[in-house]
Design a binder for this molecule. Structure first.
Ligand code: ADP
Ligand code: MG
Length: 618
């Protein structure tokens, strides 16, 4: 009987390998940029079309390849970077498996042009779906241009698996950012659908960071530096007050390559532990230099995870380095005097306070209940002035509920504008609520004892309010007399622009300055406290970028409402006054589903009277 085992044809083998190495346009971008860096380029251009699905082109001025190498480089395990197995343990150069180009060529329509300085003519090679098409002499400056068209054109399953353009493009930008950060001495340009997105001149790391993220990053970081026998550490770490709620720039590089390392990440977080609130994250760009034999890079096919033989020692050294850098720059004591440190990250000290005379909104009508009651002092945003994140929400909650009750009762003789009278009145007639541990509201009801989780209750209330806001055809927004500005990085700007439609639906109106990344809000949703704009935008961008299939717009509304409700709800541990508790309880039971949070958690429990009686009768 004939044997059944057959060797896979090369094309098939390459397609299989491609599945491992090239998962999405960004993976091809990473491999090609790293090759260009390895080739000793001084200037690298990346051109992207349709989020990399139609075109990825990398142009470099590096060493170039000989005519023979232009063909050979597409063979599997063809590499100029490993000459002996020992080299496997050295990662001074970036790629080392010789698989990338073969894999990319197997799943795309690829064209390569390359010339070395010693050659007169360049070589052009075309390959489609792993099949060699042609090789001929051509003209090209010294260096290499590789363009990949229609990635996954012959692997529909893969192509269909790709996410929407904004997600794929974000991955591409992320890879570009990593390579650009690790190679500040090389110039980079990036073009998206023909438009220049980044132009990064060669320089030092600080200049590179500012080029990538914008001038406002200049004052956000302090250097970190530490030499030791095991590892040398250098880079920049974020000042605590600039830590962010949802994400941030967290970059580790080892010997010039980006890597992830949850354990070392923890070491950095720990160094910040008393300086920032638990729910926020510091930014950092940390570069480790270490003897390559101490690193095992190849534990993950996409090679972003790295393991160190001296993991624990590096953890400790890194912790000390970050800690002492924060101490040296006097970032520790200033925080201790901030009673509300956890809430201040969003109010950078150097943020401009706008003079109250410059903008007058002719449409503002103080008698229109939907218009903003803007107090200019709130827009300044300096830490001393800003109220806590949720307080404003609470005042509102109370005001609204009091208004509603008043309408219901139709109490005569109450002065509409006298909030104090309202408050006293509310306190007098609603004194049956009791707050336990600043977390639960306890009250007696007909059937027994009602215990409400204040944070979860507020989530439900806010969620239904935002949902209504989002599905309403004409959202109710509050106009700001003094526009509030935030500044976004170029990358965030892409996300922000993509969200334009939904932001409008929510009631945001703003002007965008593409050059500086400044967004100036003239209106925001009616229920939104003014001092939460930056948090809200950040949280929404984070949610937007979460990898999910693009859902229906109402699905999106629900998701946005959910994250906003989570973010803006009053936290466990916040003391509440009687009227605030009353407002919360009233509004909770006006929602459609008071019993659970949008995430499905139980909002309150009832202990039946019978159960209490039983327990006393034991
Ligand atoms: P690896 O980078 O792991 O060696 P690749 O498949 O990425 O494997 O590349 C194969 C070889 O092709 C490289 O070793 C290098 O010699 C050559 N090569 C690829 N890209 C370039 C480039 N932009 N400039 C010069 N040589 C290149
Ligand atoms: Mg490579």
């Amino acid at each position: 009987m004939e044997g059944v085992i057959k060797l896979l044809p090369d094309i098939v083998a390459n397609q299989i390998a491609a599945g491992e190495v090239i998962q999405r346009p960004a993976s091809a971008v990473k491999e090609m940029l790293e090759n260009a860096v390895d080739a000793g380029s001084t200037m690298i251009e990346l051109w992207i079309g349709d989020a990399g699905k139609k075109l990825i082109m990398v142009v470099d001025d590096g060493s170039g390849m000989s005519p023979a190498d232009c063909r050979l480089c597409f063979e599997r395990h063809a590499t100029s970077k490993i000459k002996q197995t020992d080299d496997l343990f050295r990662i001074r150069t970036l790629g080392f498996r010789g698989e990338a180009l073969a894999s990319i060529a197997a799943v795309s329509q690829l064209e390569l042009k390359s010339r070395r300085s010693e050659d007169e003519l360049a070589t052009m090679v075309r390959i489609e779906g792993g099949k060699f098409i042609s090789q001929e002499p051509d003209t090209h400056p010294v260096g290499t241009t590789i363009s990949i068209k229609n990635l996954f054109f012959n692997v529909p399953a893969r192509r269909n698996f790709l996410k929407g353009n904004n997600v794929e493009f974000r991955h591409v930008v992320e890879e570009f950012t990593r390579v650009a950060l690790a190679n500040e001495h090389i110039g980079f340009k990036m073009y998206n659908d023909g438009k220049e997105l980044y132009h990064l001149a060669p320089g030092n790391l600080k200049q590179r960071i500012v080029n990538l993220y914008g001038g406002h990053y200049n004052s956000r970081f302090v250097p970190v530096e530490q030499e030791s026998d095991i590892v040398n550490i250098s880079g920049f770490i974020g000042k605590p007050e600039y830590s962010r709620k949802t994400r941030g720039e967290q970059y580790f590089f080892v010997n010039g390559r980006f890597f992830r390392h949850p354990y070392l990440h923890h070491s950095v977080l720990k160094a910040y532990s008393e300086l920032i609130s638990e729910s926020s994250f510091p930014s950092y760009f940390i570069f480790l230099t270490i003897d390559p034999s101490q690193v095992d890079v190849n534990i993950h096919p996409t090679k972003t995870e790295v393991n160190f033989i001296e993991n624990q020692a590096i953890y400790a050294i890194l912790h000390t380095a970050v800690r002492s850098s924060l101490g040296r720059h006097n970032l520790t004591p200033s925080i201790e005097f901030e009673p509300e440190a956890g809430f201040n990250e969003y109010f950078p000290k150097n943020r401009e306070i706008r003079p109250p005379s410059i903008t007058i909104n002719p449409d503002y009508n103080p008698f229109d209940s939907q218009a903003a009651q803007v107090e200019p002092r709130k827009t300044g945003g300096s830490p001393g002035q800003t109220s806590m994140l949720n307080q404003r929400g609470w005042e509102k909650l109370y005001e609204e509920s009091a208004k509603e009750r008043k309408q219901n009762d139709d109490t005569p003789g109450t002065d509409e504008t006298d909030a104090d009278t309202d408050r006293q009145e509310a306190e007098l007639c609603e004194s049956k609520l009791f707050q336990m541990h600043n977390s639960f509201i306890v009250t007696s009801i007909k059937s027994g004892l009602l215990i409400i989780n204040q944070q979860l209750a507020h989530q439900r209330i806010l969620y239904e309010r935002f949902i209504k806001e989002l599905v309403r055809s004409s959202p109710v927004s509050q106009r700001l007399i003094f526009p509030i500005s935030i500044t976004l990085t170029a990358e965030d700007m892409i996300t922000f622009s993509a969200m334009a439609g939904i932001l409008e639906k929510m009631g945001f109106h703003y002007d965008t300055d593409q050059e500086t990344g400044e967004i100036s809000f003239s209106s925001i949703p009616a229920d939104m406290p003014h001092d939460t704009i930056e948090t809200v935008i950040e949280v929404l961008m984070h949610e937007w970028n979460e990898e999910r299939e693009p859902g229906s717009s109402s699905g999106q509304a629900a998701r946005f409402s959910k994250v906003l409700a989570n973010r803006l709800s009053v936290k466990t541990g916040t003391p509440l006054s009687q009227p605030e508790m009353q407002a919360l309880v009233d509004q909770l039971f006006q929602t459609e589903h008071p019993e659970t949070t949008p995430g499905g958690k139980q909002v309150y429990i009832i202990i039946p009277k019978s159960e209490l009686e039983e327990r006393f009768n034991k």
